[in-house]
Design a protein around this ligand. Structure first.
Ligand SMILES: NC(=O)c1ccc[n+]([C@@H]2O[C@H](COP(=O)([O-])OP(=O)(O)OC[C@H]3O[C@@H](n4cnc5c(N)ncnc54)[C@H](O)[C@@H]3O)[C@@H](O)[C@H]2O)c1
Ligand SMILES: Nc1ncnc2c1ncn2[C@@H]1O[C@H](COP(=O)(O)OP(=O)(O)OP(=O)(O)O)[C@@H](O)[C@H]1O
Length: 526
């Protein structure tokens, strides 16, 4: 038997094993029927065993179809279970309502009912003196429109005005896949009063207040700039002499400062990656001197938690650098001594999976980006061909120059240039923006922050694709490779000059001259 034939045989065996496992898991439930159909569909895709590379590729496609079919079966089963649970809950709650009705004749809102049920055993009728026309006592804030009128002899009731109905209490729940093994943690919110409100969840401006004065500042500075170097050494002196702050700088800057003056002996740096990984436990505040690229660089030094960043503007645009460097004394004085507002900028964590059809295991540490991850055609002159999935749902195939998966902070960077919307950095979401799609109808999307995206180079792609992270570190993706991307649990908190919204609007006005137009003259047609 040749190597190709052996590989094909192994594929057959894997499919048989998967299908058998799925049957076992379903254990004779309704979904076995659909899984049998999936099985038949999967086998229909399988070519006869022949020893060519083309057939191996077809096999890989068939394996993906099988995986998809099995996932659909699992989803169907979960949905059926959820529906059954919902019906059971409805039934239980109807039963409870009827049980209450048999024991009481009540007019009032649901909260009154609850309060008074305990006292009803000896009473046949209870009139609520302050009740309004609908039977609500008005004493419980937002009352549901629940009216229990069975046999109620209220003044304005018609004789056939029996049970009108009852809005059953319900709960909203949501999950988070915070931990690695994908278990879902559920938080429940009770809505017993019947009306859904998001008042408690509205996103407020976030303030940072020090419990005790900060002691250690890390400087991250744009390289090869005399003005940045001069400002850095001036700020370091000022912070040491006026605030007795410990200073960390990058190894390159440490060398530069020590060459300049032995006065800087007190500054600290790190020697290796291991030391750098513990930086977040020592540093209270990061000061960046440069443009947006320097903020991106500073963020990239932290693979986990990031201390608050105070970004001084020494670049051209400054979307993430609101602090004017000329006023650094006043700005730093405020940040060190007073509470200040911050923008929590989410990051995306990316994993590259090699030859995803065969190996589902994620490899290596995630790569974190503050702006975006871009998958493009690199040097290739062919269209990129990318298959995109959102959780387990197929999104689309990209045929064009590439795709940008961007944070909302990155919405004003490359994504904007590719036609994406500008989004306030505190809006939770992931932007899905194609680059030069060869299609008339490929509009950019904004997806919720809790999804996981998978961008895969299919086996029938003509060329390779390249992933780059905040415009850096290009990684080649061959056919079968995939990039997995989701929102990281480690955002970058950046200090605001005024507040999140004012700073954002200022940056799009001043940085991009957004919607700038000469005003129309007053004279003209009425
Ligand atoms: N066609 C494009 O617009 C294009 C192409 C490649 C990269 N980029 C962007 O450049 C970023 C890397 O920045 P860099 O400074 O290291 O490279 P760079 O020096 O090439 O600068 C790129 C420009 O993008 C601006 N920028 C960066 N982040 C921004 C943001 N969040 N909002 C608004 N503008 C922003 C910078 O101020 C700078 O002017 C990438 O993350 C990507 O978003 C844009
Ligand atoms: N500390 C650093 N070490 C290495 N590279 C850095 C560092 N800080 C910034 N860079 C890189 O230097 C480049 C330029 O930096 P930055 O964007 O801050 O300045 P700029 O281009 O002058 O400003 P703007 O982006 O506003 O036009 C970026 O690509 C960035 O990644």
């Amino acid at each position: 038997m040749s190597a190709d034939e052996a590989a094909l045989k192994a594929c057959h065996e894997r499919i048989n094993l998967s299908v058998a496992a799925s049957h076992q898991a379903e254990n004779g439930s309704l979904t076995t029927v659909s899984s049998k159909k999936s099985e038949e569909a999967a086998y229909a895709f399988l070519p006869p065993i022949e020893s060519t590379d083309a057939h191996l590729h077809e096999f890989a496609e068939a394996m993906r179809t099988v995986a998809k079919a099995l996932r659909q079966v699992a989803e169907g089963k979960a949905a059926a279970q959820a529906e059954a649970a919902e019906w059971k809950r409805k039934y239980e709650s109807e039963k409870a309502v009827k049980a209450h009705m048999q024991h009481s004749v009540i007019k009032g809102c649901s909260n009154c009912v609850k309060d008074k049920l305990e006292h009803l055993a000896s009473k046949l009728t209870l009139e609520t003196s302050s009740a309004d026309e609908t039977g609500c006592c008005g004493n419980h804030g937002i009352c549901s429109r629940q009216i229990l009128q069975d046999q109620c002899p209220g003044p304005n009731r018609k004789s056939d005005d029996r049970i009108i109905g009852r809005k059953v209490p319900f709960r909203l729940s949501w999950g988070s896949n915070g931990d690695k093994n994908g278990q879902h943690k559920h938080d429940f919110v009770s809505f017993e009063k019947g009306d859904i409100t998001t008042a408690e969840r509205s996103n407020k401006q976030i303030f940072l207040k020090w419990d005790s004065p900060p002691q250690t500042v890390l400087f991250v500075t744009k390289p090869n700039s005399n003005s940045v170097h001069a400002l850095c050494s001036e700020m370091v002196r000022w912070l040491k002499e006026h605030n007795n702050i410990n200073i960390f700088v990058e190894p390159r800057v440490s060398k530069e400062l020590l060459i300049e003056d032995s006065y800087f002996n007190f500054i600290q740096t790190w020697d290796n990656d291991q030391e750098m990984k513990t930086l977040h436990t020592k540093v209270d505040l990061i000061v960046t001197l440069g443009g947006d690229g320097t903020v991106l660089w500073a963020a990239s030094l932290f693979k986990g938690p990031v201390p608050p960043v105070v970004a001084f503007s020494l670049g051209s645009l400054g979307f993430m650098t609101p602090f004017p460097s000329e006023q650094y004394r006043e700005c730093l004085g405020n940040v060190l001594k007073r509470p200040f507002t911050i923008t929590l900028r989410s990051r995306l964590q990316c994993h590259v999976i090699r030859d995803a059809a065969k190996d589902e295991v994620e490899t290596g540490e995630p790569i974190l980006v503050l702006n975006e991850v871009t998958i493009d055609r690199g040097m290739s002159s062919y269209l990129t061909y990318l298959e995109c999935y959102c959780d387990s749902s197929f999104v689309t195939c990209v045929q064009g120059d590439g795709l940008i998966l961007s944070t909302t902070s990155g919405s004003t960077a490359y994504s904007l240039a590719a036609g994406g919307s500008m989004v306030h950095p505190q809006v939770p979401g992931i932007l899905f923006t194609p680059i030069c799609p060869h299609s008339l109808s490929f509009r950019p999307l904004i997806l919720p922050e809790y999804v996981t995206l998978r961008v895969q180079v299919p086996f029938n792609s003509r060329g390779q694709a390249w992933a780059s992270f905040d415009g850096k570190g290009r990684i080649q993706l061959g056919p079968g490779d995939a990039l997995i991307c989701s929102v990281s649990p480690w955002p970058v908190p950046t200090a605001c000059l005024v507040d999140s919204t004012t700073d954002f609007l200022r940056s799009i006005h001043e940085g991009l001259h957004w919607n700038l137009r000469k005003s129309q003259a007053l004279d003209g047609p009425a």
